[in-house]
Design a protein around this ligand. Structure first.
Ligand code: FE2
Length: 571
């Protein structure tokens, strides 16, 4: 029924109604289009007065509808022109309109009689339906009389029309799908998502039950299966590495040209499995190619006797090109993201290197905050933002003199004011670097208290951005559990008790609840500086900081020089 739904949607777009009206006017036949179930999808054109009168009665309407449904179903089932007389004696022809071998709609032409309607039959009909006999008789006299050959000619014209409409609809449907799938592929940010959408989309566009995407792996010299549609996960390992030589995919990869395989089995491709032998009889394979380089292959499979036409090759090749471009973009995006995070980590370290006792604090806060946000049901971009915000939240401390930051005892009022200025200084630092607005807001508001009275703006409750309320809790937890020269760190249990006590005052109670849902093992792992931050290619934060500390004197001079320059720009 998908073809039917598409047809109805596209009717208006292709102006089919007007076409139906014109043809009805030219031929003199009454015309209507119904879906494969017999429901009308256009308004009837050129209805003779006789039919208007019959349809105006309850019984006449029911009989007409039943006739239409029966006629349409017969045409849809046979796939051929069907001709029948209705209960009132008028003849109708029904011509199926097929898209991809499925009946999308049926065009019905009628409202004529093979011979003048008999007076007796019309009088009987008027009595049955409760019509005014004289009026029905006059209308019956106006029903056009068509010899059989004329109706056959009209049916032939309708067949040409439905064939044309079917092809047009098929083209429109495929073209629309290719455009949509192509745009969806292009909008994915991760390579994994690109590949997944590509196989799903290719399978959808070409109505193919199985689809497989392979990318060339330089390490193994093989074509590695990277995404599949319709193939069980457990088989993916077995088909993971395909040699380039002697295989269909390898041939396409080498030549950079599409290939149609009429009988996959005859090729002896290792891709075959008994489970899929019937579904994988024929294949269409295109290169995944962009800017002259072939990255891999995209293949769709179908059961025999599926034929892949020129249009199918074009559609799959278009998807293959989109995939290659999207993969390149995703790889570029991942690289930029890596560089970006390295720069952010370096900024965080630049701040921490001043204070040996807060080593790793930023990364731990980033990890704890992300875990807490996850427990609150946040996802995607918000998780990335809170991780960044965690790394950067105390960046403003770069402006606080080391003598204050490292002071073991109580701070004087003036010194305390210096420390309290770090969120504002931090926001000024990150703002020009075009960090997302949400991240800048966290840096500014991570010391606001839920119950009010925090700094710098004294916001309260929901006025404080949610991400800042999360950082507030994670920051406090890490500070409490860290050991300083002047005090021992609290245990996890003691810190959690403190968080509970502060819920509603410093902390958002909903955030505290979420924080308490973080699994204990994850809390402990983060406390030991683990967790890796989700970027496995990087040296761990501890190693990074340690390597900087080993060169601290040199680095400190750089940092202090940079700090002064930085503060001059944001002052
Ligand atoms: Fe802070």
């Amino acid at each position: 029924m998908r073809a039917s739904a598409d047809f109805s949607e596209n009717l208006e777009r292709v102006g089919f109604w007007q076409l139906q009206d014109h043809i009805a006017g030219l031929t003199g036949l009454a015309l209507i289009v119904a879906d494969a179930g017999g429901r009308p999808v256009t308004v009837k054109s050129n209805v003779p007065p006789f039919c208007v009168l019959v349809n105006g009665t309850y019984d006449g309407k029911i009989a007409c509808e039943a006739f239409r449904v029966e006629l349409v179903r017969a045409a849809a089932a046979s796939g051929k022109v069907e001709k029948r007389a209705c209960h009132a004696g008028l003849v109708n022809v029904a011509v199926p309109l097929e898209v991809h071998g499925e009946t999308a709609a049926v065009l019905i032409g009628g409202g004529v009689a093979p011979a003048p309607l008999g007076a007796e039959a019309v009088a009987r009909l008027a009595e049955e339906l409760g019509c005014e006999a004289g009026e029905l008789s006059r209308a019956a006299g106006e029903v056009p009389v068509w010899p059989e050959e004329r109706l056959a000619e009209a049916a032939a014209l309708f067949q040409t029309l439905t064939r044309f409409a079917g092809r047009f609809l098929q083209f429109t449907r495929m073209f629309t799908h290719v455009l949509r799938v192509g745009n969806e592929i292009a909008s994915q940010h991760s390579e994994r998502a690109v590949l997944r959408r590509a196989v799903e989309g290719a399978s959808e566009v070409l109505d193919a039950p199985l689809c497989l995407l392979r990318l060339y792996d330089e390490k193994t010299g093989c074509l590695a299966a990277r995404a599949a549609w319709g193939i069980d996960e457990d088989l993916m390992d077995k088909i993971m590495h395909l040699p380039v030589e002697g295989t269909i995919a390898g041939q396409v990869f080498r030549s950079g040209r599409p290939l149609i395989v009429e009988d996959v089995q005859a090729c002896g491709d290792r891709m075959l499995f008994p489970r899929y032998a019937a579904a994988m009889r024929t294949a269409l394979v295109v290169p995944v190619r962009s800017r002259g380089a072939t990255l891999g292959t995209l293949a769709v499979y179908g059961p025999a006797p599926r034929k892949w036409d020129e249009a199918s090759i074009g559609y799959l090749a278009a998807i293959g090109t989109k995939v290659a471009l999207a993969i390149e973009n995703a790889r570029m995006y991942a690289l930029l993201r890596e560089h970006y995070l390295t720069a952010v980590k370096a900024l965080a370290v630049a701040m921490e290197v001043k204070d040996v006792y807060t080593q790793g604090h930023s990364v731990r806060v980033a990890q704890l905050s992300r875990a807490c946000a996850r427990e609150l049901g946040l996802s995607g971009e918000a998780l990335d933002q809170i991780y960044l915000a965690g790394l950067l939240h105390d960046i403003g401390k770069i402006g606080v003199p080391e003598s204050i930051l490292l002071k073991p005892g109580r701070l004087s009022a003036v010194e305390w004011e210096e420390v309290r200025g770090h969120p504002v200084v931090g926001a000024r630092i990150v703002e020009p670097a075009r960090f997302p607005a949400a991240v800048v807001a966290v840096v500014r508001h991570h010391h606001e208290d839920y119950g009010g009275g925090g700094y710098p703006d004294g916001l309260a409750g929901e006025e404080i951005p949610l991400l800042a309320r999360i950082i507030r809790v994670a920051d406090a937890y890490d500070a409490m559990t860290s050991t300083r020269p002047y005090r021992r760190g609290l245990t996890a249990e003691e810190a959690i008790e403190e968080l509970r006590r502060g819920a509603g005052r410093q902390f958002d109670p909903r955030v505290v609840e979420a924080f308490l849902r973080i699994p204990a093992a994850e809390l402990e792992e983060t406390g030991r500086g683990g967790g890796g931050g989700g970027y496995p290619d990087y040296p761990s934060h501890r190693d990074f900081v340690r390597s900087l500390f080993s060169r601290k004197r040199r680095f400190s001079a750089v940092i202090n020089g940079g700090r002064d320059a930085l503060l001059r720009t944001v002052a």
